[in-house]
Design a protein around this ligand. Structure first.
Ligand code: BJW
Length: 244
């Protein structure tokens, strides 16, 4: 085993649950009686733009009240100390990975703290509320600004980069996702095209995709990830020392 190996990490809503960000499915899966599919789709936005803007305005405001947990910090440590290639792909639209220090990070479903103009395509940082009165600073048009979020039926960001990284992954860590939303739910199969890839799932319960993983760690990310990262780094450093 060489010490220079490729890691790809995928995170979902369970990663931020212990920070106080609600997950999408399960007990806290409804928002004011609406399923996520009703508010996170272009059809939902066309039907009721005020409702959808309010959903994201509330979540954007709530971000100011939460902090990264020990799991976020463990992944930032893994990135810093890992000697091979590292890529963190998150389905989450919060900024908790960045705040914990992660840098090699792709937000495949977009970011709460960005807005996009549907008229000119400009993407900009955004920390306040959005409404039908919001004006695009780039093209000057009013009423075209929407959250920079990937809704159902829209194509996630950076898929080519992610697929290439998965195909050459030696280790794939899948953390806190229910495995029901594609294409992310198919990432383990892509990584498994390399028969020697180590596939590890972290969750508090079994998921739709659990059977695809050769290893499973059951427990909260804030407890399990720091332990796992410590072990992985010490195993890898020992291996590198033996190979000198
Ligand atoms: C813990 C924990 C703790 C809790 N520790 N764990 C039929 C079949 C197959 C596919 C489709 C289909 N019909 C339509 C589709 C496609 C569709 C899809 O997959 N739909 C399914 C519902 C069936 N997908 C799309 O439309 C995507 N686009 C697409 O496919 O484009 C076509 C295309 C693809 C590729 C190439 C070319 C073309 C877009 C999907 C967009 C998803 N958007 C959302 C909302 C936006 C973000 C936002 O508003 O915040 O993204 S939906 C929502 O689900 C959000 C999440 O990122 C995503 C995944 O949810 P996640 O992260 O898994 O959260 P939960 O709540 O489901 O699970 C949390 C987990 O954490 C649970 O397992 C807990 O147990 C665990 N947990 N606490 C460890 N402490």
């Amino acid at each position: 085993m060489s010490a220079e190996r490729n890691i790809v990490v995928l995170t979902g809503a369970g990663m931020s649950a212990e920070s106080g960000v609600p997950t999408f499915r399960g007990e806290d899966g409804l928002w004011e009686g609406h399923h996520i599919e009703m508010v996170a789709s272009p059809e939902g936005f066309a039907r009721d733009p005020k409702l959808v803007q309010r959903f994201y305005n509330l979540r954007r405001a709530a971000l100011k009240t939460v902090e990264p947990n020990a799991g976020h910090f463990a992944l930032a440590r893994l990135e810093r100390e890992w000697r091979g290639n590292f890529l963190l792909v998150t389905q989450n639209v919060d900024d908790l990975h960045e705040r914990a220090g992660s840098e090699k990070l792709l937000h495949m479903h977009g970011e709460l703290l960005k807005a996009r103009c549907t008229n000119c395509g400009e993407v900009c940082s955004w920390s306040e509320d959005l409404s039908s009165d919001t004006r695009c600073a780039a093209c000057g048009k009013t009423g075209e600004m929407r959250p920079h979020i990937v809704w159902f039926g829209e194509v996630p960001f950076e898929l080519e980069t992610i697929t290439n990284a998965l195909k050459s992954a030696d280790i794939f860590l899948c953390i806190g996702t229910s495995g029901v939303v594609y294409p992310a739910a198919g990432f383990a199969r892509t990584a498994a095209q390399n028969p020697s890839c180590r596939l590890v799932e972290f969750n508090i319960e079994s998921t739709e995709i659990s059977r695809q993983f050769r290893e499973r760690v059951i427990g909260p990310v804030s407890v399990e990830l720091p332990k796992f990262v410590e072990q992985l780094l010490s195993d890898t450093h020992r291996q590198a020392w033996l190979e000198r």
